[in-house]
Design a protein around this ligand. Structure first.
Ligand SMILES: C[S@@+](CC[C@H](N)C(=O)[O-])C[C@H]1O[C@@H](n2cnc3c(N)ncnc32)[C@H](O)[C@@H]1O
Length: 343
């Protein structure tokens, strides 16, 4: 069957890697649609275990819109049949829209819903439908499907502590995969916040050790509660500490892997402080990362990285990319600790 997998924009290739692990393949960004992967799979079951995916959608068809009006979208949807829909089967329509259109998503949900009621005599049930008809609209590209997952797969455990800056588990998986966590080693999550990265690392990868640090004791207590809710308490050591002063906490060459999601600066004062925080962190990490070890850094101020690296020295940039997270476009950088420890 053909399936649409919804993912985080900028991490679609991680979905392809996960598919490949299972002997499957897919196409990232069909029609250029960010955050979608179109895949072929003999059955849907194994897809529910993908960690980089939010929803699994049975693909019913694709179309191009003739214009930006509601009627153009309805005309594009009209030719498709919805298998299984009938008087005994309730349904709801959900529209996910990106780009410029002359209508809002709820208008298309109502109009397409009315068309389906008319055609199939099927009852609408917005809270617990038997079938969830999903329309993804990106500029003039339209995808129609039946959403098979009800809750997002990325909601893996109840977050007891959920600060606004917390990452999605799927993003955490993607970043760890880009860092190379599947190769194993000792990992430090240097700005753990609610613990998403450390918990994902504990659930998804076989690492010899995971340590999570945050300077805020409330965050550390919350992250510990989240780890307990996720069933991985015993796999992570949580510490209150300052990641600008890592050599004061850890001995030399203590980690092969570091993952860092420091503050973006949304709630910090002046941006120079942030530049200083990132520089001081990378300087202090030099001592605790073994030569050849890797550090993954997610920051909003992408343009700063080259300047910070020149200033700090000792790191080589091995990978960079831009993600889209909650309407922001942070950069993710993977740095390798130079083998010449004097640099
Ligand atoms: C963007 S949040 C991390 C979010 C986290 N990835 C999550 O999913 O919840 C940044 C965290 O860095 C912590 N922090 C700020 N400065 C720090 C420092 N010098 N050392 C350690 N942690 C710090 C903050 O307390 C905050 O919890």
């Amino acid at each position: 069957m053909r399936v649409l997998l919804t993912a985080d924009p900028g991490l679609e290739d991680v979905v392809l890697q996960e598919l490949k692990d299972r002997g499957l393949s897919g196409e990232a960004r069909p029609f250029g649609y960010p955050g979608l992967v179109l895949a072929e799979a003999p059955e849907a079951g194994p897809l529910f275990r993908l960690r980089s995916v939010h929803h699994v959608v049975r693909f019913l068809g694709e179309a191009r819109l003739g214009g930006k009006a509601l009627l153009d979208a309805l005309e594009a949807l009209r030719p498709f049949e919805i298998p299984g829909l009938g008087p005994e089967t309730s349904f709801a329509v959900r529209v996910y829209r990106r780009g410029a259109h002359d209508f809002q998503s709820p208008e298309l949900e109502r109009a397409f819903g009315a068309l389906l009621v008319d055609r199939y005599r099927a009852p609408v049930n917005l809270t617990e439908p038997d079938l969830l008809v999903r329309v993804d609209l990106f500029e003039d590209a339209l995808f129609l499907g039946l959403q098979l997952s009800r809750r997002a797969l990325s909601l893996r455990y109840p977050k007891v502590y959920a600060p606004p800056a917390a990452l999605k588990t799927s993003v955490a998986y993607g970043l760890l995969r880009l860092l190379g966590a599947e190769e194993g080693g000792r990992l430090l999550d240097a700005f753990t916040g609610s613990g998403t990265l450390a918990i994902e690392a504990a659930q998804a990868f076989s690492l010899s050790e995971i340590v999570a640090v945050d300077k805020n004791p409330r965050a550390v207590a919350g992250a510990e509660q989240n780890a307990a809710a996720a069933g991985v308490s015993g796999k992570i050591r949580f510490l209150v500490g300052d990641s600008r002063r890592l050599p004061a906490i850890f001995e030399e060459n203590r980690f092969e892997l570091v993952i860092a999601n420091p503050p973006y600066g949304k709630r910090l004062g002046r941006s120079e402080n942030l530049f200083r925080l990132y520089s001081d962190f990378l300087e202090s990490a030099k001592a605790v990362v073994a030569p050849g070890g890797r550090l993954g850094l997610l920051i909003l101020k992408r343009g700063w990285l080259d300047r910070i690296l020149r200033r700090v020295g000792g790191w080589t940039l091995v990978h960079r990319r831009v993600l889209e997270i909650g309407g922001l476009y942070p950069g993710f950088f993977v740095l390798r600790r130079n083998r010449d420890v004097r640099s």
